[in-house]
Write a protein that binds this ligand. Structure first.
Ligand SMILES: [Fe+2]
Length: 218
C-alpha cells in the first residue's frame, strides 16, 4: 500500500543515505521567507526541532537492523506498531519537515496555474473552495499536527493528521503540507494560527513543487 508513495519520496529526500541519516539542506536561505516567516523561526524550526527529530531517530535505530535502512523504509517498517511509536514519531517528523520545507518558497502562494489549477477546480469546484477547505483543516486540527493536500488514487483530497502522523502510511501521495505545530509559527504569530495559515497559502506555497508531484489525470 505504502510502496507506491514511498517511491515518490526519492526526489524530496535526495541524498538521504543509510545511518547516520542527515537532514537535506533547506532549499532556500533561512531569511528567504521573510517577512512572512522570520529567519529566527526557520533557525529554531530547522536547526532545533527538525534536527532534534533526526538525532532521536539516529539514536533509536543505532545498532538495530533499521540502521541500514532508508528513512522511507524505516517509516514503512514501524508504522502502526504501538511498541515502536517513538521511533515512528521521530522518523515521520523528519520526513514531514523535509517535505514541508519544499512546500514553500519566496514569493510563493496565491492561485496556482495550468494543469494543477484544473485538477484543483475539478476536485474542489474552485480554488477558493480549496483554499477555504485547506484553511479549515489547518485550523481544526486540535493540538499539534499537519494539514495536507494529497492525491488519493486519481482524486485530490485535503486531510489532516495529528502529531507526527503522515499520509504516507495511508497509501496517499502527499502534495502539499502546512505544519500547524505551534513551533512552526509561535515566534512570529504567537497563538494566531489562522494568520500563519493564511500567510502560508497567500505568500509561501511552492505550487511548482506541488504540480511536479501530481500524477496522471488530464
Ligand atoms: Fe514543525
Amino acid at each position: 500500500m505504502a510502496g507506491a508513495a514511498v517511491t515518490l519520496l526519492v526526489p524530496v529526500l535526495r541524498g538521504a543515505a543509510p545511518t547516520p541519516l542527515a537532514l537535506p539542506p533547506l532549499p532556500y536561505a533561512p531569511d528567504a521567507l521573510e517577512p512572512h516567516l522570520s529567519a529566527r523561526t526557520l533557525d529554531f524550526h530547522y536547526n532545533r526541532h527538525h534536527q532534534g527529530y533526526l538525532d532521536n531517530l539516529n539514536r533509536l535505530v543505532a545498532g538495530t537492523p533499521l540502521a541500514a535502512q532508508s528513512l522511507e523504509a524505516i517509516i514503512a517498517a514501524v508504522a502502526g506498531k504501538p511498541e515502536q511509536q517513538g521511533l515512528f514519531n521521530n522518523a515521520a517528523q523528519v520526513w514531514n519537515h523535509s517535505f514541508f520545507w519544499n512546500c514553500m518558497k519566496p514569493n510563493g502562494g496565491g492561485k496556482p496555474v495550468g494543469r494543477l489549477l484544473a485538477r484543483i477546480e475539478k476536485d474542489f469546484k474552485s480554488y477558493d473552495a480549496f483554499r477555504a477547505a485547506f484553511e479549515e483543516a489547518a485550523l481544526t486540527q486540535f493540538g499539534s499536527g499537519w494539514a495536507w493536500l494529497v492525491q488519493d488514487g486519481e482524486t485530490l483530497r485535503i486531510v489532516k493528521t495529528a502529531n507526527a502522523d503522515t499520509p504516507l502510511t495511508r497509501g496517499q501521495i502527499p502534495l502539499l503540507t502546512c505544519d500547524v505545530w505551534e513551533h512552526a509559527y509561535y515566534l512570529d504569530y504567537q497563538n494566531r494560527r489562522k494568520a500563519f495559515v493564511q500567510v502560508f497559502l497567500d505568500h509561501l506555497v511552492n505550487w511548482d513543487f506541488v504540480a511536479g508531484r501530481v500524477h496522471g489525470g488530464s
